[in-house]
Design a protein. Structure first.
Length: 132
């Protein structure tokens, strides 16, 4: 891993192209429903102990990297858009969209309540981590 000296994002390769803007995670939750930060915190606590995970913020989202990006969380006004990857299409709830992209499936879940964080959601994210 390489850390950009300007924006302090952890990237896979030295001098890798990225949108070099220093953003705090907290700023992405400004003006959003309070519940979204609670959901994010619960996800972060779960993932925190996983080996070799770098977490950084871009202008619009929070990126979780383990060799490659395995999870992207985008705070929306009343929901978190949670994007993760899989080998096969997932065509059942809680996944709302599954699209083949660059040799793998990109899946999206929308969360608006801590109660929606089920063991299934954590399992899907863990599988994305293992895949990448």
């Amino acid at each position: 891993m390489w850390t950009c000296p300007k924006c302090e994002r952890e990237l896979k390769n030295p001098n890798q192209w990225h949108n070099c803007v220093k953003v705090s995670i907290d700023s992405l939750f400004e003006g959003k429903a309070d519940e979204l930060l609670l959901i994010f915190d619960k996800l972060l606590v779960e993932i925190y102990d996983w080996e070799n995970v770098a977490v950084s913020a871009t202008q619009n989202c929070i990126v979780f990297v383990h060799n490659q990006t395995f999870l992207v969380i985008r705070p929306m006004k009343k929901q978190l858009d949670v994007k993760f990857y899989s080998e096969n299409a997932i065509e059942q709830l809680p996944v709302i969209k599954s699209v083949f992209y660059s040799g793998k499936y990109e899946n999206h879940i929308r969360l608006s309540s801590v109660n929606e964080l089920s063991p299934q959601v954590f399992s899907l994210i863990r599988n994305s981590y293992r895949l990448l």
